[in-house]
Design a protein around this ligand. Structure first.
Ligand code: BGC
Length: 279
């Protein structure tokens, strides 16, 4: 794969999707590949499938690979699994995927990936201030990007509204769960976003997830302080953001390794000088 390509993988409740992403344009460099998420979505079954979608694109040794996961991922470790198998909690996501795929990867929360993707290449491209990304799907994912810096693992889909976990009534899945028509769902969304705005003062709210394709059906109905706009990368935001975040993290890790090697070389030189003096 060329130097400007990174691979993005998005683990979802129903599908595991991947595509190579051109890091200059944010566009897919090849068709997206999708395999249904194995059920039950246990760590081994999912990691095996992730390895298959990665292998499909035969990434080079130095191709950055980013993997987005639908739960809190803190320093590579899965901390919550609201919409995937509970056995994920405590798993070293980075290590398990590396073992199955035979390639190092970077891992992050799916909404964080989507928010980063929208900041780099989509609806918030190059915008400063506080950008709130929300993804409406099986759950509600949230991410905040402040002056270009991602604040990881914001779990604002789980704030309590009327005594309920917000995502239960306002995620896209709630439409099926409760048989809501558009007006009923919009009323839930209004409650949700108003509460969010009571607590945070974002400059811009972005709405992603599959339903964002039908944004004209609900976004114009919402009365909010901040502008609320559909994601521009639609359902591809997670893949694009995961790829871009992996490329950025790779750069940081390489710089850190270089600095550590330089420090070690300096220390070694000092040691041999001392030893030479002593002999
Ligand atoms: C999870 C989040 C995730 C979101 C979207 C929520 O239930 O807690 O971590 O980002 O679903 O998948």
């Amino acid at each position: 794969m060329s130097k400007h390509i990174a691979l993005g993988v998005d683990i979802g409740g129903t599908g595991i999707k991947a595509a190579p992403v051109n890091l200059k344009t944010g566009k897919f460099a090849d068709d997206r590949y999708r395999i249904p998420t194995p059920q039950p979505a246990t760590p081994d079954a999912v990691a095996k499938t992730v390895a298959r979608v990665i292998a499909k694109f035969s990434p080079g040794k130095h191709t950055p690979i980013g993997v987005a996961f639908p739960g809190v991922v803190q320093h590579g470790i899965v901390k919550t699994a609201a919409n995937v198998d509970d056995s994920w909690i405590g798993t070293d996501l980075r290590a398990i995927i590396r073992d199955y795929a035979g390639h190092d990867v970077h891992v992050l929360n799916d909404a964080d990936a989507a928010g980063y993707g929208e900041y780099k290449f989509g609806a918030a491209h190059g915008q400063n201030g506080s950008i709130l990304m929300t993804t409406l799907g099986t759950g509600i994912g949230t991410a905040m990007i402040v002056d270009g810096t991602l604040v990881p693992n914001l779990e604002l889909g789980h704030i309590m509204i009327d005594g309920h976990d917000a995502e239960e009534r306002a995620a896209e899945s709630a439409r099926d769960r409760y048989g809501y028509d558009w007006d009923q769902w919009i009323a839930e969304l209004q409650k949700y976003y108003s509460e969010i705005e009571r607590l945070l003062w974002p400059d811009l709210i972005i709405v992603g997830g599959g339903i964002s394709k039908s944004h004209h059906m609900f976004l114009p109905e919402l009365r909010l302080r901040a502008p609320i706009v559909p994601a521009e990368l639609l359902n591809g935001a997670g893949i694009v953001g995961a790829a871009a975040a992996a490329a950025a993290a790779d750069k940081v890790e390489k710089a850190e390794q270089k600095a550590a090697a330089k420090k070690e070389a300096k220390a070694e030189a000092k040691r041999s000088k001392k030893a030479a003096k002593a002999s």
